[in-house]
Design a protein around this ligand. Sequence first.
Ligand SMILES: N[C@@H](CCC(=O)N[C@@H](CS)C(=O)NCC(=O)O)C(=O)O
Length: 243
Amino acid sequence: MSLDVYTAATPNGWKITVMIEELAEAGVELPEVNLHTVSLGGEQFSPEFVAICPNQKIPAIVHDGRAIMESCAILQYLGETFPSPLLPLDERRWDVIPWLYWQAANVGPVFGNKLSYTRYINDASEEQKAHPLTRFGKESQRLLGVLDGQLAQHAYICGEEFTVADIATWCWVRSWKWAKIDITGKPRVMDWVRRVRARPGVERGIAFGVPKDEVDKFSAERRARYRQGGASIASNWALKDDA
Ligand SMILES: N[C@@H](CCC(=O)N[C@@H](CS)C(=O)NCC(=O)O)C(=O)O
């Protein structure tokens, strides 16, 4: 039985490769993992990928004949299928699951929109971008305050144990410079970002799809390529409303 992972080198994509490496670190015996890179230049709309992921966005997995989309649902599925401290299966899971939903419903969309308006959207004027930039910028800061409140109580988001909630949230917060979301005013968040980055499983997970020397700092060429790809995904003209 194998585990097929459809992903790309993006915050939502890294969640899954980090999870797989963290499960390996936790001593879990995983089935053979087949990684498939989905080119976000259009492959996300191909009939083959849409059959696995009707929402046309990475990541998605197929395990034991079951296809699953949505990064946080995948984290929950892997956490439940391959038990480890990354997701407790007793009543303590309720310390974790709400924070996984919190990431999916708040951090991902808000940081993602802040990133799009900051770097990618180029079919709107500076004036048009000002309101969403302020809104998503302020909301990002509010969410960082919520995160900081958790980290004031314990080492990780849900307690003293590193969990799927940290994986999901960290993959977005680590991109703070790219999204121009200032976290430097929150030393606990900065410290958590560094601490999570230092984990060997995380180190391997974020290396997927990235040249070795560009894991933390992209080359000018890759930045330009990401900008171009992001711009076409973010453009209102290219947005499919008939897919
Ligand atoms: N809520 C989804 C979001 C997935 C998502 O936005 N994926 C992006 C890459 S990070 C994507 O596939 N974008 C391609 C597109 O929008 O066409 C999840 O958490 O899995």
